[in-house]
Structure formats: C-alpha cells, structure tokens
Design a binder for this molecule. Structure first.
Ligand code: GLU
Length: 315
C-alpha cells in the first residue's frame, strides 16, 4: 500500500494513474457495446481515461480523461440527487424502493410482478419514476439535470448530445414498455412520451472523466460542495445515496463490484464508472468495452487495482 495516499489526492496519485492507464487500456477491442444505443457503437474501443478529484480540491488524471463520453446511467445518480435535493422528506421513496434488483437494468418481469414499484432508482424503471418526479417538480427535467451537472462540475461544456438522444429515442421500445407499465400501475404522473424523452436526454449527456469526478465530489464530502458553498444534499441524504450506489449502482453485478473494488459507484453503458471514496475523493474511469452485465471491463479492473494499491476501499 502506498503510504503517501493518506489525505486528498497526494502527489503519488499521478504516477499511479499513469500506471493504471498503461496496464488497463485495452490493446485490442474487448467486451461489447450496447446495440440499443446506435451512437455508442462509434466509440473508440481502445479509449481509456481516469480522473481522481480530491475533497481538498485537488485533481489528477491520465489517459483520455478529457474526452467527452456518453454518461448514460451515471445520469441516474445525478437525477436522484437533484430529486432528493427538492424532497427533504423523501416522498420519492414511496414510489421507488432501495433494494438490489438481481435482474437486468431494463427488465420488465420484476416490474409486472411487483405492481409497478421499481426495486431501485438505478434500474431503468426506477430512473423513469425519478425523471417523472423531476418533470412534475421542475418541468424541464433533462435541462435541470444538465444545469445541475454544470454547476457541480464547474463546466459549461456539459450538454445533451441531441443526435444520440434522438437515435436512442427511436430505438427505445423496451424503455417505452417500462414507462407504459409504470403508467398502467399509476406510478407515472406525466405522459409516457414526455418522461421517456427527458430520461433519454439526460442519459445522453456528454462529460469528461474529469468533469464527472468533480461533479460527484459532494458524495465524498458529506453532501458539501454545491455552487456558492451551499450543500448539495444533507449528510444523511448523502450517506443514503452512497448506500444505494453500493447495493444497486452496478446493475446486477453490484455484489461482484463490491467484492472486487469495494466502493459505492455507478456505471453507464457508455463505459463510464463513477466511484466514491467517502471522505477522500471520487474516481471516474472510462473505457467503452462492456462485460455481460453492462459494466466497463477495463474500468472495473482498473478500479480493482486502484483500491488494492491505495487501500481506498470502504471495507
Ligand atoms: N439510456 C440507456 C437505457 O436506458 C441507459 C442504460 C445504462 O447506461 O444502463 O437503456
């Protein structure tokens, strides 16, 4: 274990990140990219970037950490945080649970069996409910998530890739079915097409690893770190989001990720993973090739090595 890595992002981190890029960047295409999102097929299969943002304001990165990636399901973490920021009583939790699903992220079966209450906010059904909640609360849910991410990351470049969103929307039969199920069970308050469009648009936001690491910092910092020094969430809300990330953030491989990496995290089918080291830093890693569960192959193995070498696991 590296003794220098005791607070924030110390000077040894840069060398470690360079090392991780050298050993985990794929040398030939590996894994798969999702067929349901046409835009993602064009991602460079050899891309690999990693960024670490410290709670002390420090930042280190290596590889393709400044290239924009499609954040996809990582947006579900920020849409949930935005919803909870407006919902201190936690009313949302009557419409979505906090249990791992054990099923694929876009599964219909469980939603039918469990009467339209999604298992958690990070599977597609749960994220559609959160998006519906934001539409009701703020109107422009996707635009509000973009604004939230710009504020958190300090970057005006955060934006929806509208071409990617339109292409995904045209191929969204499954998510449309999920939204219709939710509506059929009375767990959607806005029209299916409205909710679906906002959901797909916030999934189609592009950001770099550095921007994502910075945007997630409040999760490592007890909810502190919003614009103008305001807290983003309370410490209690932040603790709970991290708990749900640990148990539900990696599709139905959350157990495997906890075993290998040992951090709360959220992945997206764009190949990004945002992981939280409470009290210390966030880590965003990106490489497009996915395993069978939808998590970045190279990203997961790099995070496993990072926590093994630094002792940054929560366990
Ligand atoms: N927009 C994607 C979908 O709804 C997100 C999938 C993901 O990253 O898990 O299928």
């Amino acid at each position: 274990m590296t003794p220098l890595l005791t607070a924030g992002v110390g000077p040894a981190i840069q060398a470690l990140l360079d090392d991780l890029v050298a050993s985990h960047r794929p040398s030939s295409p590996a894994g798969r990219v999702p067929e349901s999102i046409p835009h993602l097929a064009s991602a460079d299969p050899l891309a690999f970037g990693i960024a670490v943002a410290g709670v002390d304001g420090s930042m280190a990165s290596s590889g393709d950490a400044d290239l924009p990636l499609s954040i996809q399901s990582i947006s579900k973490l920020f849409s949930l945080a935005l919803a909870l920021a407006h919902d201190p009583e936690g009313n949302l939790w009557s419409r979505v649970l906090r249990e791992p699903s054990g099923t694929p992220f876009n599964s219909l079966v469980q939603l039918e069996a469990e009467a339209g209450i999604p298992r958690n906010p990070f599977i597609n059904a749960g994220a559609l409910v959160v998006t519906d909640f934001l539409v009701e609360l703020l109107g422009d849910a996707a635009g509000s998530v973009v604004g939230f991410l710009r504020d958190l990351s300090g970057s005006a470049h955060v934006a929806v890739d509208e071409g990617a969103a339109q292409a995904e929307l045209a191929a969204s039969s499954r998510n449309r079915a999920l939204a219709n199920f939710l509506a059929g069970f009375g767990n959607l308050r806005n029209p299916v097409e409205t909710v679906l469009e906002h959901y797909v648009r916030h999934c189609s936001i592009t950001m770099t690893c550095r921007e994502l690491a910075r945007a997630g910092l409040f999760l490592a910092n007890g909810g502190q770190g919003g614009p103008g020094g305001q807290p983003v969430l309370s410490a209690a809300q932040t603790k709970r989001i991290n708990s749900v990330l640990l148990t539900c953030g990696m599709y139905d491989a959350a157990g495997e990720f906890a075993y290998r990496v040992g951090l709360p995290g959220k992945s997206g089918v764009g190949g990004g993973i945002l992981a939280v080291v409470p009290g210390r830093c966030t880590v965003c890693v990106w490489s497009p090739g996915l395993d069978a569960k939808g998590n970045s192959v190279a990203g997961t193995s790099a995070l496993a090595e990072l926590t093994a070498r630094t002792g940054w696991s929560i366990f």
